[in-house]
Design a protein around this ligand. Sequence first.
Ligand code: SF4
Ligand code: SF4
Length: 85
Amino acid sequence: MELIKVQQSLCVKCGICIEICPPKILSMGENGPMASNPQECIACGHCVAVCPQSAIDIGGVSLYTLILIEIMELMESCMMRQTSL
Ligand code: SF4
Ligand code: SF4
């Protein structure tokens, strides 16, 4: 399944998303970054977060949703730490 979607009209081919991708699955194609092995995408959202053009989304999930998920996970781990004290 192809997780990342790049809006080619917005992409300026800066390559930042390629550099930051932890499993290094992105490479620059003629029309912007492409995932060589999309099944290896860990949906970390780093490419979405760093894109200066907001040209990437993963599976239709916006950057704001990813930030919200991150905050909720942090709150959950804080609450678990408090209950174990
Ligand atoms: S979501 Fe993460 S793993 Fe997937 S392409 Fe973007 S940076 Fe790479
Ligand atoms: S970070 Fe955004 S603008 Fe830069 S290459 Fe990737 S998709 Fe294109």
